[in-house]
Design a protein around this ligand. Structure first.
Ligand SMILES: [Zn+2]
Length: 283
């Protein structure tokens, strides 16, 4: 499967046209050309040990010592009931942002909703198959897992686990081969009940220590300043990959990235920071 994936990526690069990558599902016949030798499975992504009573562990930032690393994370938001708005032309994606991250060679973690992957399967697949990025779970519906969370509709406790699993199904259907076992609560809202409801999924919940403030922002410089003011070694920055709700993010990134590099920071994916903590790095 990995070899097959590589060949698909190569075709995409050569054609230099995302549209030429076709729809999410590769034709069945394409698999017959793949050698039957099974590809080695990639190493399991690092996760944190469960909390007390098996609760879903929560990760907020990486080690503060041992190097200037920072993880940029982008929430690809789309709520389950926003389909009609997308049909009318509202854009919940941000391909220019992804292109800029690629041009600047910035590794990043994209917390994607399942609904987003259904709406933009070619982009989801392109992000999921690009080694520069990793796809993580931001729920299927983008409904809140607690009451009173930024006005989001609330999901019932007995549907929480299924909502997370439905997002992974949506990623697979879009062609994302190995979405990570990391979950970001919509709005970052969670409580003990939500952590308990998700314990059987094996995910590590991922919060952040730096709010980019790009949601509904109109001033890219203000977003960049906020990020630059708050980043410390090991920081996890939350930003968005959703043009309609975060139109300045791509411009802010063009300021943030060179400045943090000038300061000696190295951009990493969340999995690297979780791995550093799981292997004994101190936070
Ligand atoms: Zn979100």
């Amino acid at each position: 499967m990995i070899r097959h994936a590589r060949s698909v990526i190569t075709v995409c690069v050569l054609s230099a046209a995302l549209a030429a990558c076709g729809t999410a599902d590769a034709p069945r016949g394409g698999d017959t050309a793949v050698p039957s030798t099974p590809a080695p499975s990639p190493p399991a992504p690092p996760t944190l040990a469960p909390g007390p009573a098996g609760l879903t562990p929560v990760f907020t930032s990486g080690p503060r010592t041992g190097g200037k690393t920072v993880a940029l994370t982008f929430d690809a938001d789309m709520t389950a009931d926003q389909g009609p708005r997308a049909a009318e032309g509202e854009r919940f994606d941000n391909p220019q942002l992804i292109a800029t991250l690629r041009a600047l060679k910035v590794p990043a973690t994209v917390f994607m909703t399942g609904r987003w992957a259904e709406q933009y399967p070619i982009q989801a697949r392109g992000i999921g198959r690009d080694p520069l990025f990793e796809v993580a779970n931001h729920s299927y519906s983008h409904y809140a897992f607690t009451a009173d969370c930024y006005g989001l509709p609330t999901i019932d406790e007995d549907r929480m686990r299924a909502d997370v699993e439905r997002a992974y199904t949506a990623f697979r259907r879009a062609g994302v081969p190995d979405a990570k076992p990391y979950f970001r609560f919509p709005g970052g809202c969670y409580d003990q009940r939500a952590l308990r409801a998700l314990s059987a999924t094996g995910v590590t919940a991922v919060q952040w220590d730096v709010v980019g403030g790009d949601a509904f922002a109109t001033d890219a410089d203000a977003v960049a300043r906020q990020v630059l003011d708050w980043v410390r070694p090991g920081s996890v920055v939350v930003l968005h990959c959703t043009r309609s709700a975060a139109p300045t993010t791509e411009r802010a990134i063009r300021t943030i990235v060179p400045e943090l590099r000038r300061q000696g920071y190295r951009f990493v994916k969340v999995s690297e920071l979780i791995g550093a903590v799981a292997s004994g790095g101190l936070t």
